[in-house]
Design a protein around this ligand. Sequence first.
Ligand code: PMT
Length: 425
Amino acid sequence: MNAPVDSGPPLRGSASSPKNVLLGVTGGIAAYKTPDLVRRLTARGCTVQVVLSRGASRFVTPTTLQAVSGRRVRDDLWDDAAEDAMGHIELARWADVVLVAPATAHFLGALAAGLAGDLLQTLCLATAAPIVVAPAMNRQMWASAAVQSNCRVLTERGVRILGPAAGEQACGEHGMGRMMEPADIVDALLERRDGPLAGLKVLITAGPTREPIDPVRYITNRSSGKMGFAVAAAARAAGADVTLISGPVSLATPAGVRRIDVETAEDMYREVHRAVPGTDIFIACAAVSDYRPQTVAKEKIKRTESDMRLELVRSPDTLASVTALPNPPFTVGFAAETHDVEKHALEKLERKRVDMIAANLVGPTCGFDRETNALTVYWRGGRQHFGESTKCELAGRLIALVAERYRAERGSGTPAASRGQKPRR
Ligand code: PMT
């Protein structure tokens, strides 16, 4: 839980596009961003009713929030005039979703404990609507056992947790604990019904794998996960329902993306095959270890005077195993090459039987663990080069091309879920 999380996909069913958003604001410095959050929600067609906790008005004024929401801000359970207009139980029923942003450590504790100490806490107990929280606090507070335990309780009860994000904090420290940006919160909350991948399920792998040698050592590679995470964010921005299976990285989960963390190539293979039924597009961006130690020592291997040899065996090839399924999704591989990029990429396109392959030159100074990259994408009968640019920019272009090729090859693209792909476990 100490990792950044979005504990669920965008709201589904009747609340897939919540119209009435009850926005709870609690007392943290990130509250200054809430007028922007309200503005973005109203721009997407939501009616926003703001409810402030006692501490919130120290960071943002009710007048500002009233001006941007166009509704009287509520902050008191004992406000007779407000209760006469719409009582707190009525308000709890009115909400399609309760969003608490920022959610302080204190508020998360109160919610986990089921307290009804103020109007916002009472509303959370009284509502049948989904509850979504965007925590914001100092990184040590976020990492504390108490906050993590409260978050686990809340997740088990179905509360969705957005973020927090990593970065510079108001207290001057750097780390995990910033409130997710308002634009990302809105994207995570509201399902996109447009975009070139709307209605499609996209499965993406990212990052390296770690193959243990003994309890303290492992074999890995230079992948940071940046390219795969950027592809996941771009697919989500294009309207897809995105699942991201990631090796060990230290990156925040893109907003609205479901994330599964794995360690080894075998874990990745297993989780991909669990997630692949119903998938329309599979994009394999992970740098999966091709080999793993044949045996893993139970205890730390001691240094001896003589040389030592590691016996390695092949790891399963996740990408090739997906394209070998009876009814495979549209599949995009990556090829990481240090030389003869085109030759090796075209060989992998055929050998792994993928629909497209995105090739990049890699080494200690390019491809891996950098903000920029360059890609050449190949498919049968075509190619497209994307010159050096940020991984975010490249990911957006790659996703636009994948959407185009997917439509070209799979016609109107009846989603796999409707084609009745068989689960394979
Ligand atoms: O993570 P970054 O630091 O941002 O770096 C990005 C990147 C360089 C890792 C990325 O752009 C990239 O090239 N990813 C693929 C790396 C790789 O393992 O390539 P490959 O040529 O060895 O493998 C070919 C394809 O088979 C890949 O899609 C890979 O995910 C897949 N594969 C490989 C081996 C294996 N056992 N299972 C697999 O699924």
